[in-house]
Design a protein around this ligand. Structure first.
Ligand code: PAF
Length: 295
């Protein structure tokens, strides 16, 4: 496994792999890797001949006052985990290596980025779209792997890839959960035991939404109420949103007559958590997660 910190070295490494006719995959991460990231890496290793993982805590996707400074960083630990997975290249640039001091151009992803996370974290998706576009430009992958845990991010990246003709196949991978149901996230490390038990209300609310749909509820507002009832009164949880949306446009739905997505987000103490789940009125669960075909 080669480790590089400059764009030039990363470009060179991948160019050689491409010259050998290899299919190139990129797994973009911000490090502090867990089983969720490793599931992306494993999916990439199954699908591509050459797998690059970027480890970069991207400052432009954090708003002032967010946790950029304190975001968990453990490059040595990350390298140890990746070494066992058959990864070919780890690209871990510094902020200075990634962004010129006078960098000014940014990618605006459009209306998909306005709702939900975009409302709570203004500028967040522009930062994500910009860094992902830059990473794609350096690595020029055939395939790129993203987790469905950041469902809106996945949709935003697909939009950017399509609209800017980036020629990358975006592959969405299922959420990985701990045994207690909490979706894996590098930010879970911030939670105290008490906060963690409050955070479990998020996946429980998604289960309540799925159960309501399974029992025949088709009014999206009623499904949202089922989520709100589940989180009401949970100690220390401040909900940002709990909504039922179209899985592609992320616009609120009135009815759940076809596969929908429930999105939920909130803050427990100082930790911001997001989660989501497919809602399938029939046996077509999983349709919302099919994210390929946008090359
Ligand atoms: O999901 C993440 O970890 C980040 O948003 C990403 C895609 C690596 C861009 O910085």
């Amino acid at each position: 496994m080669e480790r590089v910190a400059s764009k030039a070295e990363a470009r060179l490494a991948v160019t050689e792999a491409r010259r050998e006719g290899k299919t190139i995959a990129l797994v973009p991460t911000m490090g502090a890797l867990h089983e969720g990231h490793l599931s992306l890496v494993r999916a990439a290793c199954e699908r591509a001949d050459y797998v690059a993982v970027s480890v970069f805590v991207n400052p432009t996707q954090f708003a002032p006052g967010e946790d950029f400074e304190s975001y968990p960083r453990d490059l040595e630990g990350d390298l140890g985990l990746l070494a066992g997975e058959g990864v070919d290249l780890v690209f871990s640039p510094s902020v200075g290596a990634m962004y010129a001091a006078d960098a000014a151009a940014v990618v605006h992803p459009g209306p998909l980025a306005d709702h939900w996370e975009g409302e709570v974290r203004p500028g967040h998706f522009s930062g994500v779209a910009t860094v992902v576009t830059k990473l794609f430009s350096v690595v020029r992958p055939d395939l790129a792997f993203f987790g469905e845990k950041d469902y809106q991010q996945l949709r935003v990246v697909e939009r950017v890839v399509t609209d800017l003709d980036l020629g990358v196949r975006v592959v969405g991978c299922p959420i990985v959960r701990d045994d207690d149901g909490l979706a894996l996230s590098s930010r879970n490390a911030y939670l105290s035991a008490e906060e963690r038990s409050s955070a479990l209300a998020l996946p429980a609310a998604l289960e309540a939404a799925a159960a309501a749909v399974a029992w025949g509820e088709r009014e999206a507002r009623a499904v949202e109420r089922a989520m709100l009832e589940r989180v009401a009164g949970v100690r220390g949880l401040e909900l940002d949103y709990a909504v039922v949306v179209d899985p592609r446009t992320l616009e609120p739905l009135d009815r759940v007559d076809r596969t929908a997505r429930a999105l939920i987000a909130g803050r427990v103490g100082r930790t911001r958590l997001i989660d989501n789940a497919a809602l399938a009125p029939s046996a077509d669960i999983g349709g919302a997660g099919t994210t390929e075909g946008n090359r």
